[in-house]
Design a protein. Structure first.
Length: 129
């Protein structure tokens, strides 16, 4: 092996590992556990411990879907960048600049699903319906 071949092989191996880490997981694969960190007073939006720097690692991308399981409720949400990414009355997971947020467009997510600060949840991959 030549002197230049080894660094090239190491770079290629690193790229393969990085690509494998960003592949979509099969539906139903748990990707994270989180906690509700706050609630919107006016709209009942649910703020979570999932931070923006985790979005790519967890595969959270606009247009994809994620399954959210709380102790007493489970639902599949479309992932969006804005509340207008779904029709009025529909729930979604918003990739907000301050962290992952669960909401219902023109509704109250926390009241509808009985969610309080400190509630824990799991996120799992979900196929598009």
């Amino acid at each position: 092996m030549t002197r230049t071949a080894l660094p090239v092989l190491l770079v290629a191996a690193a790229l393969l590992v990085a690509c494998a880490a960003n592949e979509e997981q099969p539906a139903g694969t748990m990707i994270a556990k989180g906690t509700v960190t706050g609630l919107s007073d006016t709209h009942g939006n649910v703020y979570t411990s999932i931070r923006p720097d985790q979005y790519d690692t967890l595969g959270l991308k606009p247009g994809n879907h994620v399954h959210v399981a709380f102790a007493d409720a489970a639902l599949t949400l479309v992932i969006g960048l804005d509340y207008t990414d779904v029709p009025a009355g529909q729930p979604l997971a918003v990739l907000h600049r301050e962290g992952l947020t669960f909401a219902i467009r023109n509704g109250n997510f926390s009241a509808t699903h009985g969610i309080a600060v400190g509630t824990t949840f799991t996120l799992s991959t979900a196929p598009k319906p």
